[in-house]
Design a protein around this ligand. Structure first.
Ligand SMILES: *Cc1c(COP(=O)(O)O)cnc(C)c1O
Length: 384
């Protein structure tokens, strides 16, 4: 059996070398390292893939979130609601811009931001909601857009983990994750579903005016050469990363299918194990996500109850199975984001999830033998 990895970037590269290498070489030969034609090509191809009017590439996913908030003109003191159970980047940029992060609880079944908790957290100072499409599946965007409309709030989708995922409306219409709110942000960090070979990110929007504003912000607030109209940043996707991404984009759907296949195998193996809860698929999708892409499994995350989760992690590691705990500490308990206004009773789900979640290896190169070994090792441990 091949050595099991949490993410197999080497194996994936070996299978697409013949496409990626010439794309990178083209950039080196052209010496257009910054804002070269590859960046524009990739931008256009991603716009087509997502069905969105504007993609603005930038340096990483954290910048993408920050720039989206700058573009919307959010001001110090504005309250921004986001999930307590996510990677810190989401809340970090809110705090960095001197906006006020308001963390709220998530759902126990799909791990995404809880709609009732959002409603409860709204005050006259609330200006935006940042749903995080955690682990590869959209938050309940229909309900979130409705709340935003009622209270006149912006919606910024953190789509770092769900690129390529579809969101299915109640009427059956499907749209790509990240293109529903006012603006979406994604990351091309190497281990993300569409990853480059360094750092990269992008912002998506259907709003022409906002796209124009953001294009200036990523480039030092410049709309005309050497005229700086607003305070901007330097956040660029370099041409070599764009070359990698442009070569990989045509594989994204197949890669997501491979992840879904692995998730299905995991689900089947664990279906009769009482102490394991497999990830639930929400949002009007059929229960096993067999014919759609509404969950693209950036992570495959189980909840284990009546089991010592940390002992399971240790056991799997000893058996050569890497695994992860995403995330071990709720954001509202992180030193940088403590806020005396928070009440522990409002974070019951996140406080529980951090003790129960375990993410199994999930990538495009997992084979049947590896999956069988992983599932049998988990089950043997649980059955004692
Ligand atoms: C990865 C990630 C980010 C940040 O992306 P970077 O490219 O690493 O800056 C933001 N939010 C979430 C949910 C992520 O998973």
């Amino acid at each position: 059996m091949k050595k099991i990895q949490m993410v197999d970037l080497k194996g994936q590269y070996n299978s697409i070398k013949d496409v990626v290498n010439p794309s990178i070489q083209e950039v080196i030969d052209s010496a257009f390292f910054i804002n070269g034609p590859k960046v524009h090509e990739f931008q256009k191809n991603l716009e087509n893939y997502l069905g969105v009017k504007h993609v603005i590439p930038c340096a990483n996913g954290t910048d993408a979130l920050q720039i989206a908030m700058m573009g919307l003109g959010l001001k110090p003191g504005d309250e921004v609601i986001t999930a307590d159970f996510t990677f810190a980047a989401t809340v970090e940029v809110i705090a960095l811009l001197n906006l006020t992060p308001v963390l709220v609880d998530v759902n126990p079944d799909d791990f995404n931001i809880n709609i009732e908790a959002i409603k409860k957290a709204i005050t006259p100072k609330t200006k935006a909601i940042v749903p995080v499409h955690l682990f590869g599946q959209c938050a309940n965007m229909e309900a979130i857009m409705e709340i935003a409309k009622t209270h006149d709030l912006y919606v910024i989708e953190d789509n770092a983990q769900a690129i390529g995922a579809n969101y299915t409306y109640t009427n059956g219409d499907k749209v790509k994750a990240g293109t529903i709110g006012d603006v979406g942000a994604t990351s091309f960090f190497p281990s993300k579903n569409l990853g480059c070979y360094g750092d990269g990110g992008a912002i998506f929007t259907n709003n022409d005016e906002l796209a124009h504003t953001i294009r200036g912000i990523v480039n030092h607030g410049m709309y005309e050469r050497y005229h700086h109209d607003v305070v901007g940043v330097n956040s660029r996707l370099d041409s070599i990363q764009a070359a990698v991404l442009d070569a990989k984009l045509p594989y994204l759907d197949d890669y997501n299918k491979a992840r879904q296949h692995a998730a299905k195998k995991y689900n089947e193996a664990f279906k009769d194990i009482d102490s394991i809860t497999v990830p639930q698929i929400s949002n009007n999708c059929d229960s096993i996500c067999s014919n759609c892409d509404c969950h693209v499994f950036h992570q495959y995350t189980l909840r284990v109850t009546d089991v010592d989760r940390d002992a399971l992690v240790k056991h799997l590691n000893e058996k050569g199975i890497p695994c992860g705990v995403y995330y071990p500490i709720p954001l509202h308990k992180q030193k940088a984001y403590l806020d005396e206004r928070y009440n522990e009773d409002d974070f019951k789900v996140t406080n529980q999830l951090v003790k129960e979640v375990i993410s199994l290896p999930m990538h495009t190169e997992l084979d049947e033998e590896q999956i069988a070994y992983i599932t049998s090792t988990v089950i043997k441990f649980i059955n004692g």
